[in-house]
Design a protein around this ligand. Structure first.
Ligand code: ADP
Length: 422
């Protein structure tokens, strides 16, 4: 099938998050891990390419996205989406703004929108300020993120140093008035030379209004949720058909494993809850790995019973993360953790693991890469923005759930495994 919608996500769990929401429409969604080496084949109407460029040097992130754009255009895509985190994870250098501007140039478009709102997960934007639940972004736990600490809540202020053209706002009062009013506001901003428009949204209805106003823009940018209404809008307008049933897939029976490298507040609670439910766990300490390598955890893994569903986690409180980073440096601490969790994933596959639950965007990227997974077919959602996906690795069918740090409720890990057993 020819692709209509081509999305590029800055990390893997962002891509699976988007995939799960798009798949609610019943239209087939396919997710590629990185830009495929081969020309587009077996493409779906909705294609997503997952990159690992959220924290990459800006030039590299831009090059990666332009290569992804080229592949999606060859697949036939006519509408494009740049997906980043619903907490706008970035630094003054980028990479949200520079990538958006590079995509705009390549597509020859002069205006795009920025809407990281995700109401079902408590991300709302009002008067250009991003909220996580009831807290402004800069007062939320995102202020302590290991790689992209968010210390401002105002999206225009966050975006301005990242782009060369003007930034503006279409606020909630406009969005609440409806799609026509929003289109008029976008046109007005365009006439004023505003290329980058932050759009407020506090509820799913706002996202539908934004979709109705913006579905024919060549490039949209945002969190996953702003793209959610688009397939249905395109189905209603007849530019998409629901002619491809999603495949119903089941995972092979086999060992389950949870790998957690996210240090988000929610993941900390999820790890505690999983351990409290009696599951065996191994805590990775980057300082210890730096000294002793990964043999210790690999030995521990091979001693686990096949039905134990163990967890290996580096998840830690902000103070412990800071301590490790001060000794090892941010990059080295991250790399040691990501490498070790990736090695555990491969070892677990040897031991018979066929169901993987992974927490953390960067962590998921490292794990999927180590398992040489190139394509994911998107299945049922476990929680908003976290679907089970099915893939091939090392000659086996596996099910993988890749969770971005803050997503899911406290019982997420147990719940994910229960959903799959049903
Ligand atoms: P999230 O989705 O919550 O952002 P990520 O996996 O993307 O999670 O990012 C978390 C980063 O923190 C990863 O690079 C991971 O390797 C690193 N990390 C995990 N545990 C620790 C730790 N105990 N000390 C230092 N860094 C850590």
């Amino acid at each position: 099938m020819t692709t209509f919608f081509g999305a590029i996500a800055d990390d893997l769990t962002g891509a699976t998050d988007l995939a799960g929401l798009l798949a609610r429409s019943g239209v087939r969604v396919s997710l590629r891990m990185g830009v495929p080496n081969e020309s587009p084949t077996d493409t779906a109407a909705l294609e997503i390419i997952a990159l690992k460029c959220r924290n990459a040097p800006t030039e590299e992130a831009v090059n990666q996205t332009l290569t992804a754009l080229d592949w999606l255009r060859r697949a036939g895509a006519e509408r494009f989406f740049w997906k980043y985190c619903s907490t706008f994870d970035s630094t003054p250098r980028g990479n949200i703004g520079p990538v958006a501007e590079a995509l705009m140039r390549a597509l020859g478009t002069t205006q795009t929108i920025y809407c990281p709102a995700f109401p079902e997960n408590g991300r709302a934007i009002f008067m250009g300020n991003l909220f996580v639940g009831e807290q402004p972004l800069s007062e939320s736990s995102m202020k302590d993120h290991p790689l992209t600490p968010m210390r401002d809540s105002n999206l225009m202020r966050l975006l301005e140093p990242q782009v060369t053209a003007a930034v503006g706002l279409a606020n909630r009062l406009v969005v609440a008035t409806g799609p026509e009013a929003l289109r008029a506001r976008l046109a007005q901003l365009h006439a004023e030379g505003v290329a980058h428009v932050v759009i407020d949204a506090v509820a799913n209805d706002d996202l539908r209004t934004i979709g109705l106003a913006c579905h024919d823009m060549t490039l949209l940018t945002g969190g996953s949720a702003v793209a959610m209404p688009l397939p249905q809008i395109w189905l209603d307008k007849g530019v998409l058909t629901r002619n491809e049933e999603r495949e119903r897939r089941r995972a092979e029976h086999g060992m389950a494993i949870v790998l957690s490298g996210s240090c988000s507040a929610m993941t900390n609670r999820q790890v505690s809850a999983y351990l409290a439910s009696g599951r065996p766990g191994f805590r990775l300490d980057p300082l210890r790995i730096a000294q002793n390598g990964s043999d210790e955890v690999l030995d521990w893994l091979s001693k686990q019973a096949p039905d134990a569903a163990p967890i290996v986690y580096a998840t830690a409180e902000p103070s412990a993360v800071r301590a490790a980073q001060e000794t090892l440096g941010v990059d080295r601490a991250s790399l040691l953790v990501e490498r070790t969790l990736a090695t555990c994933a491969v070892k677990a596959r040897e031991l018979g693991a066929r169901r993987y639950v992974v927490a953390g965007g960067e962590t998921s990227g490292a794990v999927a890469k180590a398992l040489s997974i190139t394509k994911l077919d998107v299945g049922i959602e476990i929680a908003p923005g976290v679907p089970w996906c099915f893939a091939r690795t090392g000659g086996h069918d596996v099910a993988v759930a890749l969770k971005s740090g803050n997503f899911g409720s406290e019982a997420f890990f147990s719940h994910a495994l229960e959903v799959l057993d049903k």
